[in-house]
Design a protein around this ligand. Structure first.
Ligand SMILES: [Fe+2]
Length: 94
């Protein structure tokens, strides 16, 4: 269920380390959202479910923080995200 964080960052080029860190942080946040939402669906306790879903929502804010930083240093990611958006819009006729 949990994504693996890169183990040996010493093999990375210096300019790639922060990108790897931010991508790993994004994976951790996505895993956390899935975990909390799954657990919220497993309990009959409304308070536990409510808190889990609230924390899951906070993790989405964390994704926004890490993504903002990543897009500041990874221009290729910016361009490919836009390309992906355009492809989906074209495929869906939007
Ligand atoms: Fe988080």
């Amino acid at each position: 269920m949990f994504s693996k964080v890169p183990i040996n960052v010493s093999k990375l080029k210096k300019e790639e380390i922060d990108k790897e860190i931010l991508r790993a942080a994004l994976m951790a946040e996505l895993d956390a959202i899935n975990l909390y939402e799954q657990m919220a669906g497993m309990t009959d306790n409304k308070e536990v479910s409510s808190v889990l879903l609230d924390v899951a929502k906070e993790e989405k804010t964390h994704i926004g923080e890490f993504q903002t930083l990543l897009l500041e240093i990874d221009q290729e990611q910016v361009e490919e995200m836009e390309a992906g958006r355009e492809e989906v819009e074209e495929e869906l006729g939007k």
